[in-house]
Design a protein around this ligand. Sequence first.
Ligand code: CS2
Length: 492
Amino acid sequence: MSAERLDPATAARLPSDVERPARAVAAAGVGIVHLGPGAFHRAHQAAYTQAAMAVAGGNWAIRTVALRSDRARLALEPQAGLYTLRERGTETDRWTLQAAIRDVVTASNDAASGLDTLIDPNVHVLTLTVTEAGYALDTSGSLDHSHPDVVHDLESPAVPCSAPGWVAAALAARRRIDAPLTVFSCDNLRSNGRALERAVRDFIQATDPSLLGWVDDNVTFPNAMVDRIVPATRPAELDEAAKALTVRDDAHTACEPFTEWVIEKRFATLIPAWETVGAKLVDDVATFEETKLKLLNGAHSSLVYAACALDIEYVHEAMGHPVLERYLRRLLDDEIRPHVVAPPGEDLVARIDTVLDRFRNPHLGHRCAQIAMDGSLKIRERLLPVAETALNEGRSIPLLTTALACWLHHVVRHAEPGAPALLDARADQVLEIARGWTPTRDAGQDRAVVKQLMGPKLGADDAWVRGISETTRALRERGVEAVLEDAARREG
Ligand code: CS2
């Protein structure tokens, strides 16, 4: 296998079926700063941006900033930002060379670079993919002032290590040239733009309140729905890509063919012509966002804790498990869909079919454990609001209760002595709450655990607390498969 790396010289020898970027892309100057240079960014916003430059030109190359990890820089820097993207489905195997990323800087190596870029008037856009945990929000949606990274940044705002602290520093830099900026959240949070705005404003309020007025007049934070399944790249995929490409691409990224981006029209200044390549610009993204968070992300989070308990490694394998598949389908049809307000013209039944088909994609290798990460934050966005509304409306939700019990079961198993680490940004707090809990032994303890892990509304519903505690206990005693089978079989 060739040890030569992908770079502008070796790119010329890539096989002819790898689609090359338009000339305009290599020539473009930087117009976007992006925080969080992971696989999702490479397969989504960066790919849209390259495609948009091919259609409409413009100086929209991307400088990406990693807050802490040097991984992306080490992968992309020797490649001058180049990487290959492979879109794989049952009928698709499309390879493209991606060249919209100009470079990567790691803020923990050099706090100024990256922030400096905001002083360039040719930059108009800041995008972010920092995961749910990156927003450092507390359960009320305000900035969590006790979050260790936030504590650090409040003391040292010039060398930020949290996303809200970094964006606040970026806006302070921006004020120096008095140029407007649009800040796009591309993470799976409800009202993600407003959530980010809240975190950043709270941070600025605590550090430099005089900046707030300038932000009011010059910065917007549109909400957006982003959708594309992009698993973490596995080493075997890098090897396979190296063989196919004849050069090694350490930033090679694989994803599904499906992609969507719906963006609220709320721009402070210029943006790339993303709408020419499939992004939808709308006045209100709420229904798009809710539909996606509930039907896709909600389904992911409902599937993976059961799958992990059954030692099923990949999402497509979980979908091949007759009980899990049937259970998930019924959950979506009977208990989640009734709580989704469809975007205009959207058929939710067809949407569910598409989501389940996407999960069945055997080429993706999407690990259940990857989706299971940060469960305490993800269920808050994806499942708890549905449960709260259903209980308010007096609907019974046995299937959703089972999904949430699977998460509790996952947490309880990880709280046992000698268990592997719980991969959750709030693992310490979550484990502390769950440690020593035996569901249904003591109603007061059941209530306290549910309240702390799932919020006061659900914790105050005694009947529901009893139900979820009994289900969590049954998962342990009767096994995940038997409990899910019963839930999926029960009369609606
Ligand atoms: C997944 C998402 O890891 C997860 O939690 O649910 O990353 C999902 O694959 C994307 O949101 C799809 O758009």
